[in-house]
Design a protein around this ligand. Structure first.
Ligand SMILES: *Cc1c(COP(=O)(O)O)cnc(C)c1O
Length: 384
């Protein structure tokens, strides 16, 4: 039994369900291998625990956003290749060597800088070159009427770099509208064309990867070497109201829970919380909960009938969500008392509340809601 006696708010993470979710991804991706994206503390799920579960499920390559995240994985004993997707300041180039990391080559200037530094040290820096086929965030531009193949070729020829792969990124792989599908398809064509031109020039392009979570769900196996799912192995998508081209059976691995701290009855005309946005019209039983926006429950969900689960039943949030607390209406739920466990995300009996609802009410996507869970919320391993 999970001991939550001493806790006020916590997340329960079933790391053992990652293996199931990885299998579901693999079913869609055939022989394309999986690069586990564990950036931002694996979207708030615990990067090291997720990386170990992914490794146990056969994942043999990881990616993070930045150097500190990569170093944390190495220090925790992750020995598989790790790609840093984002920028590494030159002051930290030495860590690329010391921790045997692979750097995204974000531009030609960056590539030259890294190569010059490496030559001076008498080492070779490992890289995957980013090709910008339409995101216009980072990478060497390779787009309609703007194909910088010479830049790409130069990156592969720099003496201080060992380019072991090439990748790109999709901005609209989540959209099934004709224009978005055409755009994404064109990105793959441009990417493939660049790869073929490298080969024709006698250059080994290395590992090719392009598909993020929605690129996987909507486009399936495209014959690349790797795909880069973040969200999917956590058992959710960015937004469950967005239609997709496949029907995987994912298990969400995270639940968010808190406790009732007190219950009171308020009289008609009484208001609840900051701003007095909720007014009781009849006598109401109001329960205070020990979770707030400083834990990661978005304040934007206030006054929008967000529901939580207590004793297997739904209770609506009343009034503004505070920094450390919020209030819910439990008038129709028998016997609610201090210490009752409250499910903010997850299952209680036959009822389920999803992170998607929180994201929708907060005007954001699950990626953000999950990464917003703060340090104050311990992640408990509830693997079976
Ligand atoms: C974050 C990120 C991913 C993973 O995205 P998901 O939508 O969570 O699958 C893949 N590739 C790059 C470059 C990223 O920055």
């Amino acid at each position: 039994m999970l001991d939550t006696d001493a806790l006020r708010a916590w997340a329960e993470v079933d790391y053992s369900a990652i293996a199931h979710n990885v299998k579901e991804v693999q079913k869609l991706m055939g022989s394309t291998k999986i690069m586990g994206i564990v950036k931002a503390d694996a979207y708030g799920h615990g990067d090291i625990a997720c990386a170990k579960a992914l490794r146990d499920a056969g994942v043999d390559f990881f990616a993070v956003a930045c150097m500190d995240e990569a170093v944390a994985l190495r220090q925790a004993g992750i020995e598989e290749p790790i790609l840093i997707l984002g920028y590494t300041p030159p002051a930290r180039f030495q860590d690329l060597i010391d921790y045997d990391l692979i750097q995204s080559v974000l531009s030609l200037d960056f590539a030259r800088k890294l190569s010059q530094w490496a030559e001076k040290q008498g080492v070779k820096a490992r890289g995957h070159v980013k090709l910008d086929t339409g995101m216009n965030r980072t990478g060497i531009l390779y787009q309609e009427n703007d194909r910088n193949f010479d830049e790409l070729l130069e990156v592969y020829s720099l003496p201080g770099l060992r380019v072991e792969g090439i990748f790109s990124h999709f901005p609209v792989s989540d959209e099934l509208e004709e224009e978005s599908v055409a755009f994404t398809t064109r990105q793959m064509e441009l990417f493939n064309e660049a790869v073929e031109k490298l080969k024709a020039a006698g250059v080994n392009p290395g590992l090719r990867h392009i598909q993020n979570s929605y690129g996987i769900l909507n486009y399936g196996d495209q014959g690349y070497d790797y795909c880069r799912p973040g969200l999917l192995y956590m058992g959710v998508t960015s937004d469950d109201s967005v239609p997709i081209n496949s029907a995987p059976d994912f298990i969400p691995i995270l639940s968010l829970k808190t406790k009732v701290t007190m219950v009171k009855t308020i009289q008609p005309g009484a208001t609840v919380s900051y701003g007095r946005h909720y007014t009781a019209k009849t006598p109401r039983r109001i329960a205070s909960l020990s979770i707030g926006y400083a834990d990661g429950l978005p304040r934007a969900c206030s006054n929008q009938s967000l529901e939580v689960l207590i004793r297997g039943q739904r209770a609506a949030v009343t009034g503004n969500i505070c920094m450390d607390q919020c209030m819910v209406d439990v008038t129709d739920i028998e016997g609610v008392q201090e210490g009752d466990i409250v499910t903010i995300v997850g299952k209680d009996g036959s009822e389920t509340v999803t992170v998607d609802t929180i994201s929708r009410l907060a005007g954001t996507i699950n990626n953000e809601s999950l990464t917003r869970l703060t340090k104050r919320v311990p992640r408990l391993d509830v693997s079976l």
